[in-house]
Design a protein around this ligand. Structure first.
Ligand SMILES: Nc1ncnc2c1ncn2[C@@H]1O[C@H](COP(=O)(O)OP(=O)(O)OP(=O)(O)O)[C@@H](O)[C@H]1O
Ligand SMILES: Nc1nc2c(ncn2[C@@H]2O[C@H](COP(=O)(O)O)[C@@H](O)[C@H]2O)c(=O)[nH]1
Length: 205
């Protein structure tokens, strides 16, 4: 495979309820993109309307732990009582096909990817305010008040790690946030291509 045929890995992260999934869907609804979503594996129970293989691969804890033993995750983390992980082979397969692969994951996992995939692009999505984050988590209606509070409390420590990312994007408006992320992806793609071209020119001299 030629160097510049390989796709770019894009990690969209941030606290639970900030709107990662909503913004990601707006991004994938745009025209003329080369994006592919990496479907994660989780031990969390499916929510109403979630489809196995599309939203997540839903497995039990024993199956997830077997995947850990087999080293099948690019990263994984335990988040508010459930496991979540990114299947390594699928990501590699999509990158080799030249796709821009999008991971939508929490902060612990994102920082694991940062250590392993040096060329990836890391985007931290933030809410316009902490109050807005709490309202989004509650109004989504998918979690009990106890889980909403746990997720919101976890956000406090996650905000402190935002400086480890390449970009911080405010999700004030879904389409604006998606536009900003698409602009970042296009700029990073162009930058990577230029770097590879320069490297290839040097090798030919
Ligand atoms: N810009 C926005 N303005 C208002 N509401 C929003 C905005 N973006 C997302 N939301 C709403 O906030 C809620 C949480 O969004 P979403 O489920 O996409 O968050 P998430 O970051 O993917 O959450 P999790 O990490 O828990 O999977 C949803 O009800 C969604 O409709
Ligand atoms: N480290 C990982 N985090 C993941 C992955 N897939 C999703 N997530 C994140 O977990 C929380 C909770 O998700 P929810 O669907 O229960 O609301 C959220 O921040 C997701 O982005 C993954 O593969 N690895």
């Amino acid at each position: 495979m030629k160097l510049n045929d390989r796709g770019l890995l894009i990690v969209i992260s941030g606290p639970s309820g900030v709107g990662k999934g909503t913004v990601r869907k707006a991004l994938f609804d745009m025209k003329n993109h080369n994006l592919e979503y990496s479907v994660s594996v989780t031990t969390r129970a499916p929510r109403v309307g979630e489809v196995d293989g599309k939203d997540y691969y839903f497995v039990n804890r024993a199956a997830f732990e077997e995947m850990i033993r087999q080293d099948r995750f690019l990263e994984y983390a335990e988040f508010v009582g459930s496991y979540y992980g990114t299947p390594k082979d699928k990501v590699e397969e999509m990158l080799d096909k030249g796709k821009e692969v999008v991971l939508e994951i929490e902060v612990d996992g994102a920082l694991q990817v940062r250590e392993r995939m040096k060329d990836a692009v890391f985007i931290f999505l933030v809410p316009p305010s902490k109050k807005a984050l709490y309202e989004r988590l509650s109004r989504r209606g998918t979690d009990t008040p106890e889980i909403v509070n746990k997720r919101f409390q976890k956000a406090e420590s996650e905000f402190k790690l935002a400086y480890k990312y390449d970009y911080i994007v405010v999700n004030d408006d879904v389409n604006n946030a998606a536009d900003r992320i698409m602009a970042i992806i296009r700029a990073e793609h162009a930058r990577t291509q230029r770097t590879i071209q320069k490297y290839q020119q040097l090798m030919e001299e």
